[in-house]
Design a protein around this ligand. Structure first.
Ligand code: MYR
Length: 185
């Protein structure tokens, strides 16, 4: 029998990471499938995924700030850039780009070329109205809410609907000034 060449630590970790990524993708798929079974209406599934994402997003900011060296962002433009470049990399393993800014600097698009959530996914005709990755729009809305930015997040392009990339429009509705909890005397 041929001797088995020992694998380097890097190769083993790369393999573990790949398996974890696949497990994550398949687990998300199983959640969407279960919601489709339980809720029946795709609109309801879209809402539920968005709400689940929102609940994750409001918790993710603390972890993000603890793990990254990012300091407080000055405005909406900087915050969306940090989410796309650092946040997506940290939690999804891919980076996104921010484009299509409006003149006021209150609306932009986050464009995602790679999206591990959709590996192995093909939507049947019965799921045409489904925003399969709606958890992501909720995560972004929740994370921005936690840094006092109320937003509306909408899918403009979706690879599962035949587009070339994923594009999320992020519209700043209101920026709530953060209150310092103590009075300076
Ligand atoms: C600040 O405190 O001003 C910086 C706030 C940055 C918020 C970043 C939150 C990260 C959320 C990542 C979303 C990942 C989606 C997969």
């Amino acid at each position: 029998m041929a001797p088995v060449a020992p694998r380097s630590g890097d190769a083993i970790f790369a393999n573990i990471e790949r398996v974890n990524a696949e497990l994550f993708t398949l687990t998300y798929g199983a959640i969407v499938r279960q919601l489709l079974t339980d809720l029946e209406e795709v609109e309801e599934v879209n809402k539920q995924l968005d709400q689940m994402g929102y609940n994750i997003g409001i918790r993710l900011v603390d972890e993000f700030l603890a793990k990254s060296n990012v300091s407080r962002c000055v405005d909406f433009r900087e915050t969306t850039d940090v989410i796309a470049k650092v946040g997506f990399k940290m939690f999804l393993g891919v980076t996104a780009s921010v484009t299509n800014w409006d003149a006021e600097g209150t609306c932009c698009s986050i464009v995602l070329e790679d999206n591990p959530l959709v590996d192995f996914v093909e939507l049947p005709d019965t799921c045409q109205g489904l925003y399969y990755c709606n958890i992501l729009s909720g995560v972004i809305r929740g994370a921005l809410d936690m840094v006092s930015m109320k937003t509306e997040v909408t899918w403009l392009r979706d690879v599962l609907r035949g587009d070339d990339v994923f594009e999320l429009q992020v519209k700043l509705l209101k920026q709530v000034p953060e209150e310092y909890p103590y009075k300076d005397d």
